[in-house]
Design a protein around this ligand. Structure first.
Ligand code: GLA
Length: 437
């Protein structure tokens, strides 16, 4: 029997596979495709970011959590340098690649689509000095919604990273109960290289850091200047709260030029302002920096006045967003975090983040704005887009008991606006990438 199609009265929730279910499905797929047992099953989660958007490539702060929605990868080491991949989305098609022949996007060795995120990790590991890796066979089952802005691609990369790490005996990640954070930080670099070079998406490292370095029950305060992390308690359930994810189902892509254009604008502004990264700007001096940007218009080699105003908006978002992230982390560290005034303040920071992304960074869109407005009107404490934007997902901090009503309100607003029905999921701060026992 097929599932009933979602309606405003019955919004569709995307459940996470139970770990044993995910591992079982990946193992079955592996057996059917390759006729032998895998060496093991590894997994890596998708993420949502609570605040700190478009700050990672500017050296700023982000605050993601790992989702219970994960990519599961059953993998078996080979004796040669062949890579064979199969996914549950097309169990009949086995992709066969040669580790000596694959290469970056735009070269003759280009690997397309999802296979690039897995095979690309082996390629990147070798470029980072881990040469002579064995080939492998692997079967993928993922319940991270595809293209939902929840880092479905980072989940693939990170599942491949922990699997290859162990299968090839590199010893970087450590077991999930006792993770080796320094080793995982190296794997983050490998996965970001895969995303940038093999898939051609000029992203920062927030998604891969979340997938490899988060902790269950915690948010990850990630300082992208030096890669350092703090684990901030984020126990919503004990406060009667929930983080509702609204997948707008609106198309978004990290390779369509919009994301890259935002990143280039930040780099251009940093050059004009004489800083390495925008995170180096002191929020106290923001007005003065924005004035300098305006004054650079028309100067030799400077932007034209219209472009200067674009740069002003981009810089204002990045600098204020880093400050908001710092403030939200401080609130979470208070004893009465997530109740009373502190909860209201957290919600207000989330709302302000969305406004800044909408007005100054110009990376929201009608579906994201509608989701956020409808969630707030239905009683959310705060709501904002999460991830790269232009589509993808929004998050709303809500009372746990209000989840169904807020979801229905958003679904109704979508029906009224004539948008595709949104999908929903419950974001519980979960464990990072690892191996299933
Ligand atoms: C995407 C990218 C991240 C980050 C966010 C915006 O998720 O992959 O590196 O830049 O957008 O915060």
């Amino acid at each position: 029997m097929s599932a009933p199609s979602p309606s405003p009265a019955q919004p569709a929730f995307s459940p996470a596979l139970e770990p044993q279910e995910g591992a079982g499905a990946a193992t079955d797929l592996f057996r059917r495709a390759f006729g032998v047992e895998p060496d093991g099953v590894w997994y890596a989660p998708g993420r949502v970011n609570i605040i700190g958007e478009h700050t990672d490539y500017n050296g700023g702060l982000a605050l993601p959590i790992a989702l219970p929605h994960r990519a599961y990868l059953a993998l078996r080491r080979r004796q040669d340098r062949t890579i064979r991949l199969v996914s549950s989305r097309d169990a009949q098609a086995i992709e066969v690649l040669d580790l000596d022949a694959i290469g970056p996007k735009g070269t003759s060795g280009e690997v397309t689509q999802w296979a690039s995120y897995i095979a690309g990790v082996a390629w990147s590991l070798e470029r980072e000095g881990f040469t002579g890796l064995p080939g492998f066979d692997a079967a993928l089952v993922s319940c991270v919604p595809l293209g939902g802005g929840l880092s479905s691609s980072a989940a693939l990369e990170c599942s491949a990273a922990v699997a290859i790490d162990e299968a090839a005996g590199l010893g970087l990640a450590g077991p999930v109960q006792q993770p080796d954070d320094a080793g995982r930080a190296r794997l983050v670099g490998v996965c970001v290289r895969t995303e940038n070079e093999m898939a051609g998406a000029p992203t920062g490292g927030m998604d891969q850091s979340a997938s490899l370095r988060c902790r269950e029950g915690h948010a990850l305060e990630l300082d992208c200047r030096d890669g350092s992390v703090e684990h901030v308690p984020f126990d919503l359930a004990s406060q009667g709260l929930a983080l509702l994810v609204i997948d707008t189902r609106a198309e978004h892509s990290l390779t369509d030029g919009q994301y890259g254009a935002r990143r280039e604008a930040c780099e251009e502004a940093a050059r004009i302002l004489g800083v390495d990264l925008l995170a180096d700007l002191d929020p106290q001096d923001l007005d003065e920096a924005l004035e300098r940007l305006r004054r650079s218009a028309g100067q030799d080699g400077g932007p034209d006045p219209e472009r200067a105003e674009v740069l002003v908006r981009r810089v204002r978002h990045v600098v204020t967003e880093i400050a908001r992230t710092r403030e939200l982390v401080a609130l979470l560290q208070e004893a009465d975090a997530l109740s009373g005034e502190s909860l209201a303040a957290v919600g207000a920071l989330m709302d302000a983040s969305h406004e800044s992304l909408r007005v100054d960074y110009e990376c929201t869109g009608p579906e994201l704005d509608t989701a956020v407005e409808a969630a707030r009107a239905a009683g959310a404490h705060g709501a904002r887009m999460t991830g790269g934007g232009f589509g993808g997902s929004a998050i709303a901090l809500v009372d746990a008991e209000a989840v169904p009503e807020v979801a229905r309100a958003v679904a109704r607003a979508y029906a009224t606006a004539g948008f595709h029905p949104p999908a929903f999921l419950n974001a519980v701060p979960s464990a990072p990438a690892g191996r299933l026992a």
